[in-house]
Ligand binder design. Structure first.
Ligand code: SF4
Length: 379
C-alpha cells in the first residue's frame, strides 16, 4: 500500500513502458511493459546482462531514443519538486507547465519543453562518458557552456564561479578549469562529466555504466563521490550497470532486468540476502563473496534470448534451473513475492499460488539446483 509520505516524495513514475526497435530483419522488443516508481533522493540500480534493455529503458525515460527505436506504449510521469524555493526557481524558468503535485508527462513534452526539462530536472551521464567530453574545449568551457545555455541570466563571472564550485565539489582543483580533457586522468575526466551533470542541480541523474572503463580503486572513489553527492543534494539517481556487486553498496533499491522485462525489484539488502527470482540468484552467484566459506562459482547457463523472438511464457524458462510445467506458457507478472514483504517484487511463477501450490523455494534449493547444473556441465 502506498503511504502519503511516499506519494509526496514521488519523483518519477514509469507505467507500462515498452520500446521496440523496428529493424529490417525483425522487431526487437527491447523494453516490455516496465513499471516502477522512484522517490526523491532515492538511488535505483538497474542491473542485468548486456542486451537486457537497461540502457534503452533509461534513454526512453529521458526521451533520448532515436529511430529505429520507438516508444510503443506507456507513460513517464515526473513530479515537480514541492520545496518552496525550488518551485519558485522552476516557475522562473517557465518552460514546462508545473503545478506542484501534478505530474508532467515527459513523453508529451514539446521539443522546447524537453530542452528545458533536460539538465534542469534530469541529466544523464552516458556510457563511455569520459570520451564524450569535447577534446578541443577546456573542462571549464564545457561546464560554462551548459550554464550559458540554460541560465542565460547568469553573467560570465557567475558562470566561472559556478564552474569552479562544481569542480571543487567533485574533488578537482580550481586550477584545472583551463585543462583540456587529454590533460586529465580517466578518473578526473569522469569527475568532470559528473560536475557537468550536476551543473543545474537536477532532481534526477541517470548514469549508464559510468565506471566501467575505470580501474577498481578509481571506480570505488567515483562511486563514493556519486553516493555522497546524491545524499548531500537529495538528488535521485538511476545507476545502470551489468555489475550487480557495485549496486549492493550504492543503491537503495535494485531492479533486475531480463529480456526487456523487470523481473525483480527490491531494497538492496533484500536482493543481497534473499534474491527471490532464479535469475537474480544466478547473477549474485556469479561473483565471489568476500565473507563466508569458499564456494564454487556457478554461472547462469545459456545466453540471453534474441529479443526478436522472446521465448513464450517466462522468458527465462529455457535457462532456469527451477523451471516447472507452466513456465513455458504462462507469463508471470511483477508482484510481491511474499505477503509479509510487499516491497520485494518478483516476476516468477514460483510465488504465484495459481501456478504452484508448494511453498516458495528456499536459498538452499536455489543453491542445490544451480549446483546440480554445474555438476551436469562438468560431466
Ligand atoms: Fe524460472 Fe518459471 Fe520462475 Fe521463470 S517463472 S524464473 S522459468 S521458475
Amino acid at each position: 500500500m502506498t503511504t502519503d509520505a511516499q506519494t509526496n516524495n514521488k519523483l518519477l513514475e514509469v507505467n507500462h513502458l515498452s520500446v521496440d526497435y523496428f529493424a529490417a530483419n525483425g522487431t526487437v522488443h527491447a523494453v516490455n511493459d516496465v513499471s516502477f516508481t522512484l522517490q526523491r533522493g532515492e538511488i535505483l540500480g538497474l542491473a542485468g546482462e548486456s542486451g537486457c534493455g537497461k540502457s534503452t529503458l533509461a534513454y526512453a525515460v529521458s526521451r533520448l531514443l532515436r529511430p529505429p527505436a520507438y516508444i510503443t506504449d506507456g507513460e513517464v510521469l515526473y513530479y515537480p519538486p514541492r520545496k518552496e524555493e525550488t518551485v519558485q526557481k522552476v516557475a522562473k524558468r517557465g518552460a514546462v507547465k508545473r503545478v506542484p503535485g501534478e505530474p508532467v508527462d515527459v513523453l508529451q513534452l514539446s521539443a522546447a519543453q524537453l530542452r528545458a526539462f533536460r539538465w534542469n530536472e534530469m541529466s544523464i551521464v552516458f556510457q563511455s562518458a569520459m570520451n564524450s567530453l569535447n577534446p578541443v574545449l577546456t573542462i571549464g568551457t564545457q561546464i560554462m557552456d551548459v550554464l550559458k545555455t540554460h541560465r542565460p541570466e547568469m553573467g560570465a563571472d557567475g558562470r566561472k564561479k559556478r564552474a569552479i564550485d562544481l569542480l571543487n565539489l567533485v574533488g578537482i582543483a580550481s586550477d584545472r578549469l583551463n585543462s583540456y580533457p587529454h590533460e586529465l586522468s580517466g578518473g578526473m575526466r569522469q569527475r568532470a562529466v559528473i560536475a557537468i551533470a550536476l551543473a543545474l542541480n537536477p532532481e534526477l541523474i541517470i548514469m549508464d555504466e559510468p565506471t566501467t572503463a575505470l580501474d577498481v580503486v578509481v571506480q570505488r572513489e567515483i562511486l563514493q563521490l556519486i553516493s555522497g553527492l546524491c545524499r548531500e543534494f537529495s538528488t535521485a539517481l538511476i545507476f545502470i550497470t551489468h555489475d550487480l556487486s557495485l549496486l549492493l553498496e550504492l543503491a537503495d533499491q535494485i531492479a533486475i532486468m531480463y529480456a526487456g522485462k523487470m523481473v525483480e525489484k527490491a531494497p538492496s539488502k533484500d536482493i543481497y540476502e534473499h534474491p527471490r527470482h532464479p535469475y537474480s540468484f544466478g547473477l549474485l552467484n556469479s561473483f565471489p563473496r568476500l565473507h563466508g566459506p569458499l564456494q564454487k562459482m556457478v554461472g547462469i547457463p545459456g545466453s540471453p534470448p534474441d529479443l526478436r523472438a522472446v521465448p513464450s511464457g517466462c522468458p527465462f524458462h529455457p535457462r532456469c534451473p527451477l523451471a516447472f510445467n507452466p513456465c513455458s506458457s504462462v507469463v508471470p507478472v511483477l508482484q510481491p513475492a511474499l505477503a509479509e514483504n510487499p516491497g520485494q517484487l518478483v516476476s516468477c511463477l514460483l510465488y504465484d499460488k495459481r501456478a504452484r501450490e508448494a511453498a516458495p523455494p528456499t536459498m538452499e534449493e536455489f543453491t542445490q539446483r544451480y549446483g546440480t547444473l554445474a555438476e551436469g556441465s562438468n560431466a
